[in-house]
Write a protein that binds this ligand. Structure first.
Ligand code: NAG
Ligand code: NAG
Ligand code: NAG
Ligand code: NAG
Length: 518
């Protein structure tokens, strides 16, 4: 059921809310939002097959924002069928790239027209500040859709030089139905970074947003309809990992799955893919990224970017610079200035103008992070700043800086995914390269130095998919992004991401050659 029809549906059959309305009357945003919710399959919002709902929680105080229909494994079957039909009739090879591009550009414009509303929805169920969502998440999400719209009519193969008697060429064909499972830390951005390359290359999508942050994805479903994406091209199923996520990973009708989330779950997705139809996987997983600051760095620049590197989005970033290595010559000065800056963090309502840090997304995350803080203390690290429990309501965690952390401590090895970092002293380059590499992860890293030789040589030695020189967490839509080691498989963003969504076919055309004779 969709649009206006949904209210009729409520009256006749269902006790479930199938739409969401909210009035934002906040210091940073005044506006109204109202849109249908539900399991979005074949262009329609429906109740889930099991008639169950998921509570969407406001992390600021734990109250329920709304209930949305829950998708389950059976809905994945229905969605795959709809996606297959769309692929075979109105999408895939049946819709020229130029037309896919046009629709995607329209989508980007529609997003732009309700940019503040999208930012407010991400702030509401995620707890990130409206100001950051508006300044970064939403514009980046729109840019991703525009960027991949630009590729949609530029997907082509090659002609291979063979012999005069033969023409050989490749085609980059869409795979078909692809599954995409995204996390809660950048809800809108993650959705766009997944559907962008998939749609540009002509695939149909079955996407599972996080059950914690479904609102912006559901709003996007209305936009997809509004701009004219044919039914079934994008299907959005809000549900849990062990049901919908598992059904996507094991489904024989899905020939590719892209997952962003923890390394633990990534392993399960890959296992499920291997045990079912050997679908190809792209995994963007955890990190424990080193941020290396040399004596000859611009101190203020290093402090500012390191601060952003760990505290942006409340530390809920796979690329968070959670291990900050500082050379002994500037260690004390760095720590002093970095701590001073950390003290300026204003925690509170994501919709207040001066809030830098809102709550963590959920109770589970809150408890995980505070568990790590406890473990750091127990294992003998020193809390330099923060560390004590937050005293008010909501899932807030005080920004925390550890010193004296040893390489084998959990806070130095495991992804905390919160506003918690270790500042560690190092002596020389070899020493810090060795320490930086001492983790199972390899997602991102940074090096601060005004000496270009040193900066680049260290950048080349660090084992990570993205390296920043004299900045941190500064990603670009056209630069590949992904992990070394257990941080993942494959690359997103840029031209690179298109490779995840095409089957390469070689066509050999005989122009009169006879069978070879021995
Ligand atoms: C939770 O906070 C929201 C605003 O952020 C407010 O509308 C709601 O009434 C609060 N609920 C409780 C139970 O405090
Ligand atoms: C560092 O941040 C402060 C406060 O935002 C700003 O005033 C200053 O210009 C920044 N310095 C550099 C080098 O970026
Ligand atoms: C660090 O790098 C070396 C290769 O230079 C590798 O053999 C080793 O396993 C790495 N350490 C970790 C923990 O990944
Ligand atoms: C499989 O996925 C990997 C990682 O995303 C990608 O590099 C590779 O090109 C894909 N292979 C096929 C056949 O799609």
């Amino acid at each position: 059921m969709d649009g206006e029809a949904s209210s009729v549906y409520i009256v006749l059959y269902s006790v479930m809310p199938t739409s969401f309305s909210h009035v934002f009357d906040t210091p940073v945003y005044q506006g109204k939002t109202s849109f249908p919710t539900g399991v979005f399959i074949n262009g329609q919002f429906r109740d889930g097959s099991e008639d169950t709902t998921i509570d969407v929680i406001n992390p600021t105080n734990g109250s329920t924002i709304t209930k949305v229909p829950e998708a389950t494994a059976k809905d994945v079957d229905i969605a795959v069928e709809a996606a297959q039909k769309a692929f075979e009739t109105v999408w895939g090879l049946n819709r020229p790239g130029s037309e896919r591009s046009r629709l995607m550009i329209k989508l980007a414009s529609a997003m732009e027209a309700c940019a503040d509303e999208l930012a407010a929805l991400d702030a509401l169920d995620n707890g990130k500040t409206f100001n950051w969502a508006k300044a970064i998440d939403v514009p980046f999400a729109i840019e991703l859709i525009r960027y991949y719209a630009g590729w949609a009519d530029k997907i082509h193969g090659q002609v291979m030089e063979t012999t005069e008697g033969k023409l050989t060429y490749t085609r980059h064909e869409p795979i078909g139905v692809v599954g995409q499972i995204i996390p809660w830390n950048y809800p809108l951005m993650m959705m766009c970074m997944k559907i962008g390359p998939a749609l540009a290359t002509g695939n149909c999508v079955v996407l599972k947003p996080s059950e914690f942050t479904p609102l912006s994805a559901l709003r996007m479903c209305s936009l997809l309809k509004e701009v004219g994406f044919p039914p079934g091209v994008v299907n959005v199923l809000v549900g849990y990992g062990h049901t919908v996520g598992n059904a996507i990973s094991t489904h024989n009708g899905i020939e590719k799955v892209a997952f962003t989330g923890s390394t633990l779950t990534g392993r399960k997705v890959m296992e499920a893919a291997a045990k079912s139809n050997l679908k190809n996987v792209t995994l963007e997983l955890g990190g424990k990224s080193p941020n290396v600051i040399f004596n000859d760095a611009d101190l203020e620049q290093a402090v500012n970017w390191s601060f952003w590197g760990i505290f942006w989005n409340h530390g809920q970033a796979c690329i968070a610079g959670s291990r900050i290595f500082v050379q002994s010559g500037i260690y004390d000065k760095f720590l002093e200035k970095f701590t001073e800056k950390t003290k300026t963090i204003k925690m509170g309502d994501p919709f207040a103008a001066d809030t830098y840090q809102g709550p963590q997304v959920s109770n589970i995350q809150h408890d995980r992070i505070t568990g790590y803080i406890k473990s750091g203390k127990e294992q003998g690290a020193t809390v330099h700043y923060g560390g004590e429990p937050y005293s008010g309501e909501g899932y807030f965690v005080n920004p925390t800086i550890f010193v004296d952390a040893k390489p084998d401590m959990k806070i130095m090895q495991e992804e905390i995914f919160g506003p918690v970092c270790c500042v560690v002293k190092f002596e020389d380059e070899d020493d810090v390269i060795r320490q930086a590499n001492d983790t199972i992860y390899g997602l991102a890293a940074a090096v601060f130095s005004k000496n270009i030789d040193r900066a680049l040589s260290v950048a080349h030695k660090l084992k990570a998919g993205s390296i920043w020189v004299n900045s941190y967490s500064h990603i670009s839509v056209n630069a590949p992004f992904g992990g070394f080691k257990q941080s993942g498989i494959g690359r997103e963003f840029g031209e690179e991401a298109l490779h995840n969504y095409v089957n390469v076919k070689s066509v050999h055309v005989n122009l009169g050659l006879a069978v070879p004779e021995v």
